[in-house]
Ligand binder design. Structure first.
Ligand code: ARG
Length: 310
């Protein structure tokens, strides 16, 4: 079923029929056709045809293996002609079984949508379609807070600000718009990831690179997270995609980060799993962009039980 973009759903009725997950659950897409075949962001410039598919596959496989030890991971079949499909998190944003499906800004990524849409419909998700005129790039640019009660959304590069209201309407939640001001951090997930409280108590954390935002956006972030709940990362860590981190409870999957940042996260109670993701950084992506979250935030953060990487 596709919800018309013109009508707000009766949320309680709509959500009752959608898939519910009782364990952290993600969807990944193997990098069978992955390659840096064109330039959509500054990371791809200089890397066209310079990524190794074999190495990409090995790196993807290790992330898949480690993620599978703490979550259910479903797979979407990769499609030829979609070299960026491995960055599946940009295809949609999901909550309560409703999938706000992306309307990709770059023409090169638009073919991905039909494949993801087909899978979501076959699994019983309700689709919240985004009008073509207002680009929106899924988890790439929009993130739920750690509780799943409010949204952060970026604009300025890929996602258009006018799409933000449309997304807030999908779940009737408040939304805060952030403006991206550094072309290297062209998606919100390259510079901003809400983190759970590792103790399981309320009050999440934020992992972010302040240099990627304008002053008003920084003020909004700082008013939502007290200083001792903010991990502002250095430019060095940011350019290694440290903020493109996948968080499940107290576990954080990210790329290779500095000892200083790893220590700060560890001291706050997080377990950090560092992954080698060099081939995906050439395409402009990190750990978080390789897995589309299907379970709601509290489930993803293991509120029904403590997660541990074995
Ligand atoms: N090549 C992809 C694109 O530019 C990379 C996406 C990865 N991006 C990210 N935000 N983590 O669309």
């Amino acid at each position: 079923m596709v919800i018309s973009t013109a009508v707000s759903p009766d949320v309680s009725k709509v959500f009752a029929s959608t898939p519910q997950f009782t364990r952290p659950t993600f969807l990944m897409c193997p990098p069978e056709w992955y390659g840096v075949d064109y330039v959509l962001n500054p990371w791809m410039a200089g890397n066209v045809h310079r990524s190794s598919r074999d190495l990409a596959f090995a790196q993807w496989k290790s992330m898949h293996n480690v993620l599978r030890s703490v979550a259910d991971v479903r797979l979407l079949r990769p499609e030829p002609g979609c070299p960026d499909m491995v960055f599946l998190a940009h295809g949609a944003l999901i909550h309560h079984g409703v999938a706000a499906i992306s309307s990709f800004n770059p023409q090169q990524r638009r073919a991905e949508t039909a494949h993801l849409r087909r899978w979501l419909i076959s699994e019983g998700f309700l689709l919240w379609e985004t009008p073509r005129e207002t680009p929106f790039e899924g988890e790439g640019d929009v993130a739920f807070n750690e509780e799943g009660t409010a949204l952060w959304a970026a604009h300025g590069v890929r996602t258009c600000r006018a799409a933000h209201r449309h997304l807030a309407d999908a779940w009737q939640v408040p939304i805060t718009s952030l403006h991206l001001s550094d072309p290297r951090f062209y998606h919100l997930d390259t510079c901003f990831t809400p983190l759970a409280n590792p103790t399981g108590a309320g009050g999440g954390y934020i992992l972010y690179y302040p240099g990627a935002f304008d002053a008003a956006s920084i003020a909004a972030i700082e008013s939502a997270y007290p200083a001792d709940h903010r991990f502002a990362v250095s430019e060095l860590d940011a350019t290694h995609m440290a903020c493109c981190a996948l968080n499940l409870g107290r576990t954080i999957f990210t790329g290779e980060i500095t000892r200083e940042l790893a220590t700060r996260l560890f001291d706050a109670g997080f377990d950090v799993v560092q992954l080698e993701l060099s081939e995906f950084i050439k395409g402009g992506g990190g750990a978080k962009s390789l897995a589309l979250r299907l379970s709601d935030m509290p489930i993803t953060h293991g509120r029904l039980g403590q997660l541990a990487v074995s």
